[in-house]
Every structure is written in structure tokens, then in C-alpha cells.
Design a protein around this ligand. Structure first.
Ligand code: IPE
Ligand code: IPE
Ligand code: MG
Length: 246
């Protein structure tokens, strides 16, 4: 509680991104199957989403399924897809109640039709909500995203819509899945792994990174506050000297 009050007295990150990792190991440590970990992971999603909205975070981006995750055993992929459908159905109320807009980033056309339809339905139903945007990264991979960007810009050059000299960072930003989102301020990864696993490589160029050993299903409000408190202690220099900032 004290930590919550404390972080509210300092500038908050506008955009938090989370690599929700460790569901499988969480289940294994309890002698349960991986699906049990994924189910419990959805509870941490709900508390984290609600908590971020209450704090006043404007954008929360959650890595839920990567382009590489398609390589997992068929049954696990199926379980994850079913869990997505049921969570979208179940959490629609939570989103409406908290005035949260849902958005998806990733190659979402590759999702099974039922997932795609449910996702589109919730995105459409929450599009007027304004307190926070929840971005779900689904079938998302940074290299895949950047490949799309290059293809799209290439097409536009071919059709004389853009000239190569005009390409700058802002044009690239406008072609990313995250085109309408602000920069990521804080990237959190749970489960002790210290890698990015193909997540938002361009967008986190200047994000503050925070790694915690906590497995995702155990990630609590207190853990979120700790991550934000750590972020608030950092000096973001963006290439400048400390003296220039003051
Ligand atoms: C994160 O947990 C969930 C997804 C990647 C979908 P994992 O399933 O990767 O759990 P670990 O890393 O095997 O413990
Ligand atoms: C990253 O976790 C993807 C998600 C959290 C959705 P993984 O567990 O798939 O990452 P690696 O394969 O261990 O790097
Ligand atoms: Mg993992």
C-alpha cells in the first residue's frame, strides 16, 4: 500500500510493456501440467491490467503469444488459443467497467478464426473507452513486424507514394503495428530470463528494462509497484549528460 502511494507521487511511465513469462515452470514446480500455469497466468493478467488502469498508466502492452510460440506442441498451442477465447469473453466486463480499450498488435490474421473473431468483437466493443489502452501482442514478432514494414514501404516506393529520400524514423514508426502508441518507457520480464525474445525491438530502443525472478502467475500488484518504483529511480538521459537534464 505504501509503495502504491509512493509511486503515485512520482512521474509514472506512460507505456509499460510486459513479457509474461514462466507459466510452464510455475506449473511444473507444483507438479502440474503447463496448461494449469497458463490458466493461472490469466489471473495475473487481470490484476495487472486493473492495477495499471487504476494507477493511471495510459498504455499497457502484454506479450501473450509470439511468432515463435507456434513451434510449441500442437496441444499447447490449442490450449493457449482456447484460453484466449475464454479470457476475451470473460474479461469483456472488466474492460468495460474500467473504461479500457483493447487493441491487438501482431500478425493477427494467422490466429484461428474463432480467436480472430472474438478479438475483433472485443476491440470493436471497447473502442470508445479512454482510460487505458491494453495492447495484446498476439502472433507477434519484431522481425516479422519489421519485415512487413519494409515490404509496405517498398510497395509505396514502387507506386511513387513515398520517395526513398523521405524515409525517416517517423515514417518507419507509422508502419509498425504500434503506430499509434507512445514509446515504451518500461519493459518488464518475469521468470528470471534476461532476453527480449523478439519483442518490440525497435520500440524499446530507449525503454528502461526490469527483470524479476517471479513467475508470471505469481506476479502481484506489489511486484508491479516494485518495477515502477525501480523505473522512477532511473535517470533517463537519452544520450545527453546528467548536467544537461537539470
Ligand atoms: C509464458 O510462459 C506464456 C507464453 C509464452 C505463452 P511459458 O509458457 O513460456 O512458461 P515457461 O517459460 O516455460 O516457464
Ligand atoms: C516469450 O516467452 C513470449 C511470450 C511471453 C508470449 P517465451 O517463453 O516464448 O520465450 P523464450 O522462447 O524462452 O525466449
Ligand atoms: Mg517461457
Amino acid at each position: 500500500m505504501n509503495l502504491e502511494i509512493d509511486i503515485l507521487n512520482h512521474p509514472l511511465p506512460k507505456h509499460i510493456a510486459i513479457i509474461m513469462d514462466g507459466n510452464g515452470r510455475w506449473a511444473k514446480s507444483r507438479g502440474r501440467i503447463r496448461a494449469f500455469g497458463h490458466e493461472n497466468g490469466t489471473k495475473a493478467v487481470r490484476t495487472t491490467v486493473e492495477s495499471c488502469a487504476k494507477l493511471g498508466i495510459e498504455h499497457l502492452t502484454l506479450y501473450a503469444f509470439s511468432t515463435e510460440n507456434w513451434k510449441r506442441p500442437k496441444l499447447e498451442v490449442k490450449t493457449l488459443m482456447q484460453l484466449l477465447i475464454s479470457s476475451l469473453k470473460k474479461e469483456m466486463n472488466t474492460l468495460q467497467k474500467n473504461n479500457i480499450r483493447l487493441n491487438a498488435i501482431g500478425n493477427i490474421e494467422t490466429l484461428p478464426k474463432k480467436v480472430f473473431d472474438e478479438l475483433s468483437h472485443v476491440i470493436e466493443a471497447t473502442k470508445m473507452n479512454s482510460r487505458m489502452t491494453l495492447n495484446l501482442a498476439l502472433s507477434y514478432g519484431s522481425r516479422d513486424e519489421l519485415t512487413h514494414v519494409v515490404k509496405e514501404i517498398g510497395e509505396k516506393i514502387k507506386n511513387n507514394i513515398i520517395s526513398p529520400e523521405k524515409i525517416d524514423e517517423s515514417i518507419i514508426n507509422q508502419h509498425l503495428y504500434t503506430r499509434n502508441l507512445p514509446e515504451v518507457d518500461l519493459l518488464i520480464r518475469t521468470s528470471g530470463e534476461q532476453r527480449l525474445s523478439n519483442f518490440l525491438l525497435w520500440q524499446i530502443a530507449y525503454a528502461e528494462l526490469y527483470f524479476t525472478k517471479v513467475f508470471w502467475p505469481d506476479f502481484s500488484n506489489e511486484d508491479l509497484y516494485k518495477a515502477i518504483a525501480s523505473y522512477q529511480k532511473r535517470e533517463r538521459r537519452f544520450g545527453k549528460t546528467s548536467e544537461q537534464l537539470n
